[in-house]
Design a protein around this ligand. Structure first.
Ligand SMILES: Cc1ncc(COP(=O)(O)O)c(C=O)c1O
Length: 390
């Protein structure tokens, strides 16, 4: 029975039956011996290698026996935290701050931007996100998101405002009152549209002109989903990057921020008031370290183009209204609006819809394909979708 559980992003009136799964298979759930593919691979792609990699659980558990906890308070750390920080520094040239959920990392990034201006004696007020974007469900992260359905219900932090994706409008809107802007590597909720390099360069230029902190939310694209460990556009040298979800291949949660030298040097002398009991979530840190080791052994990046092309051609062979992708995340346009009947059809076919960009149009399905090619997964997706859209 599920009626004593209170579910996130759901109504909780017990009128709808919840699908209770018995166990996991590699890419989803099992109920009464029927396999369901989780099309989002765990809340927007937390598990790009699937759900049954026992080696992650084993490796992390063994190491946890040595060092299960470090709080981070008063600058306490251990060699595993510093190892991950060093690896990220070598990969990006950025410093690391760790957190547990993506929302928590986004809040930290906004606070860092405020601290930056405070320390420079700059009086900055406004924080901008983009229309229809998603950055989390805590008050500040939902406020800076373009998720109007959340603002309508819970209100919005008054200094948070929404930008249009039109870069000319962005140019007209931002000024010396702006503290920071946050933008996703690619916004799944806003429709998975990829911005051009020119768009990114202009955005960066506007931020430089007014000394605005540019935060990139890479949470949905970290973890080899775009052919690189981090998915953001490195050419624009953002001031802060938020990561999360697949940074640890999902098994143990980890999120955080990468801080540029510019931001670090302006905030390092001041107290950074953002921390939790599990600021250094050891299981997540160990899981991320193990994921990077797995890449070395299994060459995840080398498989990227092959995997992406396989799924692209598979989707192109289906009669879809539209196909968009960013890395291994695809948005498929269906002819029908996603309603209860269509949802049931997906379930009949063993396809469990984790997330879809429903705010924008209720006939796009979001699919996070795994980082590795698996025949059973591909066959299930192909057969299921063929039966639905024939
Ligand atoms: C782009 C993006 N940012 C932030 C978040 C918030 O992460 P979390 O749900 O771990 O708090 C999400 C979650 O879906 C996301 O997709």
């Amino acid at each position: 029975m599920s009626h004593r559980t209170f579910f996130p992003f759901s109504t909780n009136n017990n009128k709808q039956t919840s699908i209770l799964f018995d166990k996991m298979w590699t890419f989803g759930y099992v109920k009464n011996n029927k396999k369901y593919v989780d099309l989002s691979l765990g809340s927007c792609g937390c598990f790009p290698l699937g759900f049954t990699r026992k080696d992650f659980v084993q490796s992390v558990s063994e190491k946890l026996l040595e060092f299960p906890f470090i709080s981070g308070d008063f600058k306490t750390t251990n060699h595993q935290v510093t190892e991950l920080t060093e690896i990220f520094y070598e990969m990006t040239g950025y410093h690391s701050m760790f957190a547990v959920s993506g929302s928590d990392a986004v809040e930290a990034a906004i606070k860092m931007a405020d601290l930056y201006h405070l320390n420079k004696g700059q009086n900055r007020k406004y924080k901008f996100g983009f229309a229809d974007s998603y950055h989390g469900s805590t008050f500040m992260s939902s406020s800076i998101s373009g998720s109007t359905y959340m603002h309508q219900m819970h209100g919005r932090q008054v200094d948070c405002l929404t930008l249009s994706w039109d870069i000319n409008e962005v140019e007209k809107t931002l000024n010396y009152d702006t503290s920071c802007i946050i933008v996703e590597t690619c916004s799944w909720q806003a429709g998975l549209d990829t911005q051009t390099n020119e768009w990114w360069q202009r955005l960066k230029k506007i931020c430089e002109q007014y000394d605005i902190i540019l935060i990139i939310d890479d949470i949905a694209f970290t973890g080899f989903k775009t052919g690189k460990f981090f998915g953001y556009n490195v050419e624009i040298n953002p001031d802060i990057v938020c990561f999360g979800k697949a940074v640890s291949a999902g098994y143990f949660p980890l999120s955080g921020c990468l801080l540029s030298q510019k931001v670090k040097s302006h905030i390092e002398d001041h107290m950074f008031l953002h921390g939790f009991s599990y600021s250094f979530n050891m299981s997540g840190i160990l899981s991320a370290l193990y994921y990077l080791q797995v890449d070395k052994q299994e060459g995840l990046n080398d498989q990227y183009e092959f995997v992406k092309n396989k799924y692209s051609s598979m989707f192109k062979s289906l009669p879809l209204r539209s196909i968009k992708n960013h890395g291994l995340m695809f948005s498929l346009g269906l002819e029908n609006t996603i309603n209860k009947e269509l949802l049931n059809l997906f379930l009949d076919q063993g396809l469990y819809l984790g997330l879809w960009n429903q705010n924008l149009s209720k006939n796009n399905v979001l699919i996070q394909c795994p980082n590795v090619y698996d025949e059973e997964y591909a066959d299930k997706i192909f057969t299921g979708l063929s039966n639905i859209i024939k």
